[in-house]
Design a protein around this ligand. Structure first.
Ligand code: BTN
Length: 259
């Protein structure tokens, strides 16, 4: 028997196709392969009970212990109808959807978005999001989402334990991952379409949840390191840093340090 209620997911997820595996190296890698083959209907949901070699942004890996929720959603323009230059907003839109889903399921408060693609619960990372594009398929995007649900930080590699949390750690009760998945997909379906013309509505919501607000941040953009006090996130999804030379709008990069 599967750990997920696959019939219910087929009925309620809104996905046109489901690709389920008991184990998988990476749902994003599988989703990219399927998207490249172009023979599945979209939205396509790739789901696994246990992801063994999850990928994070850049060279990072994503650890997912047993009980984590890891999936990728392949969506096309009618769902995420966003101009290509605005695709970075998709991580923020997805982060907001995950934050709202978590809040609805686990009312422990303090669910925040750490720009650009993490969700934090009470100051620790509970979810990572990896948005990828498909070569030669400019209208398709892969949204990879990993949420620590029933996995315990105590089982994680030691270097991660202090920075992460899971829903079970917060609530002391296991959650049904089918419920969590469906809640996230519902919130995504509510939020992603707003990216096209009503991104300001999302911007208000992610500003309210900005984890970095008021903190001094060192941002590594790949070409330079910018240090400044975070003034929030603007309507285009840029991180606003108040630096020695004034406000800088940062569209990409990795938060290297929070001081
Ligand atoms: C990050 O924190 O840098 C992003 C982590 C994204 C992890 C998810 S888990 C499901 C999907 N498949 C992957 O290989 N990665 C994403």
């Amino acid at each position: 028997m599967s750990a997920f209620d696959l019939d219910r997911i087929r009925d309620e997820s809104g996905a046109a196709a489901l690709d389920y595996h008991e184990q998988l190296d990476s749902t994003n890698t599988r989703a990219l392969e399927l998207a490249a083959a172009n023979d599945r209907q979209l939205p396509l949901l790739v789901l696994t009970n246990h992801q063994q070699a999850g990928r994070g942004r850049g060279p990072n890996r994503w650890w997912a212990g047993y009980g984590a929720l890891t999936f990728s959603l392949v969506v096309n323009k009618p769902i995420a109808d966003v101009a290509q230059k605005n695709w970075p907003l998709i991580s923020l839109g997805a982060g907001l959807a995950v934050a709202e889903a978590i809040e609805s399921l686990v009312p422990v408060g303090d669910v925040r978005i750490k720009w650009p693609n993490d969700v934090y619960l009470k100051g620790r990372k509970v979810c990572g999001i990896l948005v990828e594009t498909v070569p030669h398929q400019p209208d398709i995007v892969v949204l990879g989402i990993g949420i620590n649900v029933n996995n315990s930080p105590a089982d994680a590699p030691p270097e991660l334990q202090a920075f992460m949390t899971s829903l079970v750690e917060m609530t002391h009760r296991a959650l049904d991952r089918t419920e969590v998945l469906l809640a996230v997909l519902r919130c995504l379906a509510n939020r992603l379409p707003l990216l096209k013309c009503d991104a300001w509505q999302l911007a208000e919501a992610w500003r309210e949840r900005c984890y970095l607000q008021g903190r001094t941040v060192q941002l590594d953009t790949g070409t330079q390191r910018i240090t400044g006090v975070c003034q929030g996130i603007d309507d285009q999804g840029a991180l606003l840093l108040y630096t020695e030379t004034g406000i800088q709008r940062c569209f990409g990069g990795v938060v290297a340090k929070i001081i």
